[in-house]
Design a protein around this ligand. Sequence first.
Ligand code: SAM
Length: 207
Amino acid sequence: MCEMLDYPEYLMYDNEKVNEFRGKWNKFFKNENDIYLEIGCGSGNFTVQNAQKFPDRNYIALELRFKRLVLGAKKATKRNLKNILFLRKRGETILEFFGEKEISGVYINFPDPWEGEEKKRVISEDLFKKLDVVLKSKGKLFFKTDYEQYYRDVLKLVENLENYEVIFHTDDLHNSEKAQQNIKTEFEQMFLSKHNMNIKYIEIQRN
Ligand SMILES: C[S@@+](CC[C@H](N)C(=O)[O-])C[C@H]1O[C@@H](n2cnc3c(N)ncnc32)[C@H](O)[C@@H]1O
């Protein structure tokens, strides 16, 4: 936990300070570029690689585990990135620290499946209500999972939402038209190398 203090440029853990930036994240990044959010970033490979690939976008990555946050901050430090920040925040609390239409896109990669306890899942009707506030019009949610039932449930959930539409989905990302642009996460690497699993993927757009 102490190591979190070593990366003040990349890791903000003081809740009061985080919440003060609500609606003002562009001031933090010192530019007007679009802001992309990752919920449950693990040790940060995905967001770090995105930030490196798209220097004209800003990235904020949320994670609960200290060790993973520190690993992410270390990777950002090594690459001297200027467009990435890690926060120790729950995905469910985004209204506390994002203002109206402040986010252009949200990534949720391999969230905990909560088999049998679906109400605990991060992707829920409640999350979409929050995205109604913080996500820009035409903003997107990108979701990857190894878990077939989560994939099916999210497709069904979005069918019943007025403001959102599934614009792409596949139950085999690595053999789809999106394979080339895909950036693999740590869990994705593991599922592929150890279990050779098909990865399910959905892109959802806000009206
Ligand atoms: C299965 S791991 C996937 C990590 C990473 N996205 C990947 O694909 O390698 C899920 C991660 O989400 C984090 N997490 C779980 N619930 C969360 C929540 N409500 N808000 C933010 N992060 C969460 C966990 O600590 C864990 O690191």
